[in-house]
Structures are given as structure tokens and as C-alpha cells.
Design a protein around this ligand. Structure first.
Ligand code: OOG
Ligand code: MG
Length: 273
């Protein structure tokens, strides 16, 4: 190690708050270019040093702004690392959120080769009918929903090997969001204690109780609303919210068919070409 900082880091460290905005824009641009070029990059904290979670959410927001400039629209949010299985798989510690845009939504089929190293995981989604903000109870959260549905989160990390990144890295990378699939919404009901089963090519690969998601999937919605509130934002009416994976994720490769079944909520399939 020469001990020399990169020219970029030197510039960031030399000029305080003003350049920290430049840093946020620069990191967001790098992640966006990696997404568009389907090219993995080293974790930001590995190449340029640590930054905190608040900075990470600002990088995420800036990255979403780049998508909105391309005409994408925000349709909701996803929670991540809400289950012990996911936290163990990624070796990362606490719930985080990312933004979903309409361009991320797919149904039926998906070209896995359009991603870098995609993975798929079983989730439960809420569709909200009323704005939610602040500190709310689970009952209030459920009453504000127009539907609940099985869903699959199709992740893709912009970071090398989909591993060895920190919590701020993954938050900056919009929580590895890439695509998502939403099942037919059902009338709101208690989504606690439901069997969740995900099969790949007809073989059961992941199975859990829905309460593996933060003790109860509704808790995840409650936590999202509180986290958005801490950033001065409500959860708008009409949002799609993915509660976070109930199990570890499976690699998604061309030719695979993935089936999800959530007890009482129905089934959902995705074929990767
Ligand atoms: C982070 C995203 C986590 C979930 O449901 O836990 C997530 C990752 O696994 O790279 O979407
Ligand atoms: Mg997920």
C-alpha cells in the first residue's frame, strides 16, 4: 500500500460539504453507468473509503433521479434484509429500503442475460390505497392497503461477484434492485404465518413461514413508513411495497422457470430466457 489517496478521494477530503455533494453525484453516476453497461464495479467503500448510511441514501436518491430523467416513474419501495436468512446470506446486519420504478416491473418472462448476475427471492407485496406517514401500528398499515400479493424480487448487484459489499454500498446501489414480479392482488388479509415456497424447474429450493420477514410482513411496512418519515417523506397512496425476502435468494440463469406459492395469496411464475 502506498498510502496515497486516489485523486478523487483527495478532492473529496480537501473541500468539505460542497464536494460531498459532488461525491454523491459521482457515486450515483458510476452505479448508473454500471447498471446501463451491465458491468460490475468494485464496492464504492472498497475503492474510495467509508461513507455513512445517510450518505448512502442520498446516493440512492440521486441514482433514482437519473432514472426519472430517463422517464421512469416511482411505483413503490422495497424493504431488504428483513429476514435472518437474507442477513446471513449477505452477511449484512439490518433492514434497508430501496425504490421501485415502473420500468423494473416484469411479468411472465425476463431475459436473465440483460443483468450482470441476477438472483431471485420470494416476497409478499402490499399495495397501498392511502398515504401513510410517521409511526404507525400494524393494523393501521393493513387498513391503508387495497391489496396483498405474492411477489418475487429479482435482484442484481452492480458490485463485483454480488458479494463483499457493505451496508452503505448496497443502499447506494438501491438495495440491489433490478426487476420485480407482482402476483394478482387479493383483498387485504392477515399475511402472518403463511407458508412461502419457491421452486426452480419444479424442485423446491426455498421455503419459509412469512413471519420470517421481520417477525410479521406488516412490520416491514411499518418500518418502511418510519424510515421514509426519518427522511421527511410519506409513503404515497398507490405504492407497491415489497416486504423483503422470506428466504435466501437463488441465482437466476437463462432457461430457468421459477414458481412461487404463498399460502392463501396464490401463485406466481417467471421464466428466464
Ligand atoms: C440486498 C437486497 C436485499 C431482500 O429482500 O432482503 C433484499 C441484497 O441482497 O443484495 O432485497
Ligand atoms: Mg428483496
Amino acid at each position: 500500500m502506498s498510502g496515497r489517496l486516489s485523486p478523487f478521494r483527495e478532492c473529496v477530503e480537501s473541500a468539505g460539504e460542497l464536494t460531498s455533494f459532488t461525491m454523491i453525484e459521482e457515486y450515483a453516476r458510476r452505479l448508473d453507468q454500471a447498471l446501463l453497461a451491465r458491468r460490475e464495479i468494485p464496492p464504492l467503500t472498497a475503492s474510495h473509503g467509508d461513507f455513512d448510511l445517510e450518505t448512502a441514501y442520498r446516493i440512492q436518491e440521486q441514482g433514482v433521479a437519473l432514472r426519472l430523467e430517463r422517464g421512469e416513474k416511482i411505483v413503490g419501495y422495497k424493504m431488504g434484509l428483513t429476514s435472518a436468512a437474507k442477513r446471513a446470506q449477505m452477511n449484512l446486519g439490518s433492514p434497508i429500503y430501496g425504490v421501485l420504478t415502473g420500468a423494473m416491473r416484469v411479468s411472465g418472462t425476463l431475459r436473465a442475460a440483460d443483468g450482470i448476475h441476477p438472483k431471485i427471492e420470494p416476497e409478499i407485496a402490499f399495495i397501498t390505497a392511502r398515504e401513510l406517514r410517521g409511526n404507525i401500528l400494524r393494523d393501521e398499515a393493513l387498513k391503508a392497503c387495497s391489496g396483498v400479493a405474492p411477489a418475487m424480487d429479482v435482484l442484481d448487484s452492480r458490485f463485483v461477484g454480488f458479494k463483499l459489499f457493505s451496508l452503505p454500498d448496497v443502499v447506494a446501489d438501491n438495495c440491489s434492485s433490478w426487476r420485480f414480479v407482482l402476483g394478482e392482488p387479493k383483498k387485504p388479509r392477515d399475511v402472518g404465518g403463511l407458508r412461502v415456497r419457491m421452486s426452480v424447474d419444479g424442485v423446491l429450493k426455498q421455503e419459509a413461514d412469512s413471519n420470517a420477514i421481520s417477525g410479521h410482513p406488516l412490520e416491514s411496512l411499518v418500518q418502511l413508513v418510519a424510515m421514509l418519515h426519518a427522511h421527511g417523506r410519506p409513503l404515497p397512496a398507490g405504492s407497491i411495497v415489497l416486504a423483503g425476502a422470506a428466504t435466501a435468494a437463488e441465482p437466476l440463469r437463462p432457461g430457468m422457470r421459477v414458481d412461487l406459492e404463498v399460502e392463501h395469496l396464490g401463485a406466481l411464475s417467471l421464466a428466464a430466457t
